[in-house]
Design a protein around this ligand. Structure first.
Ligand code: NAP
Length: 287
């Protein structure tokens, strides 16, 4: 059985990967910068404290490791870093340490279509790192997933506020994926020969259909407003001019991928309606 290091284990996808590795009896080591964020079972994983943006803190983290899986990247964090600092440089710190320790394979989670969207800051940083992996001499696999279920909760939040806003006529399509389904793909990549895996969830929806599911789950009459293309482009232009690149980066990414079809090969079994129901119930308990 291979020894696997996970960087990004405290994130949405990373936690599912840690669980899946334990489920499949892999020996796993998890890099964690804030151990208070997630409590991992010490019988199932070795947890080491390190900060991936600080190369010196990673020394020795890959010793005796066969495969590294990294899900490190900026999603919603606001700790003052750029995509180049984290998606590129922090991952490069891990890659360099992996090379030093003789790791055999590096599995990296990029994003679906990121290789054709390198004019976006997020995709550019990820794809520059993909190039580093390809030139590293190490075996590798690049996972390219569509949007995660965790991000689809934005539809639920808008529905709860009364109106869901969609681009164009709401008929762009996507097949979002649950973290547990994607984690299986990442773990299967350990033994796979594939160098790239494009993957999405089992159900393909239009954005209108996702909005309708959100309203159904919270038992509200659907109310959808459509944002025309000229308004999307004007907003992008204004935010590019008047906000910092750190604020603009996530807007640029989401305003682009939500204005195109994002349909990757279907995989997994988790349904979005069930996920929305679970999230709604959890929120009700907390309130
Ligand atoms: N969400 C989507 O829809 C989607 C779609 C396609 C691809 N992806 C990509 O998939 C990957 C995983 O996504 P996710 O939703 O699991 O992300 P997430 O929940 O935000 O987790 C990201 C991980 O990266 C770490 N990280 C981020 N900034 C850091 C920093 N400055 N220093 C140290 N660690 C840092 C986080 O550490 P902490 O836990 O300590 O903050 C966390 O472990 C990301 O690279 C994302 O771009 C996401």
């Amino acid at each position: 059985m291979k020894n696997v290091l996970v960087a990004g284990a405290t994130g949405y996808l990373g936690r599912f990967i840690a669980n899946e590795l334990a489920e499949q009896s892999y020996v796993s080591r998890l890099i964690v910068r804030n151990s208070a964020k997630v409590e991992f079972d010490s019988n199932k994983h070795e947890v080491i404290k390190a900060n991936v943006t600080d190369a010196s803190s990673l020394t020795g983290c890959c010793d005796e490791i066969d495969v590294v899986i990294s899900t490190v990247g900026i999603t919603k964090q606001k700790d003052g870093f750029t995509y180049m600092d984290v998606d590129y440089n922090a991952n490069l710190n891990i890659l360099n340490e992996a090379k030093r320790s003789g790791v055999k394979k590096f599995i990296f989670v990029s994003a679906f279509k990121a290789d054709s969207l390198t004019h976006l800051k997020l995709c550019n940083a990820k794809e520059e790192f993909v190039e580093e992996i390809q030139n590293s001499g190490m075996d590798f696999c690049i996972i390219r997933p569509t949007g995660f279920f965790s991000d689809m909760t934005e539809f639920l939040k808008m529905a709860k506020k009364g109106t869901v806003h969609l681009f164009d006529d709401g008929n762009y399509k996507m097949n979002p994926i649950h973290g547990a389904d994607l984690a299986k793909v990442c773990v299967e990549a350990i033994e796979s020969e594939d160098k790239t895996i494009e993957v999405g969830g089992p159900e393909v929806f239009t954005h209108n259909q996702i909005a309708e599911i959100a309203f159904k789950v919270i038992k509200k009459k659907p109310k959808i407003r459509y944002i025309p293309e000229w308004m999307r482009k004007t907003f992008l232009g204004i935010t590019r001019t008047f906000t910092s690149s750190k604020a603009y980066g996530p807007i640029e990414f989401f305003f682009t991928v939500l204005a195109m079809d994002m349909i990757a090969p279907t995989h997994g079994k988790h349904t979005l309606e069930k996920y929305f129901l679970e999230v709604s119930k959890m929120k009700q308990k907390v309130q």
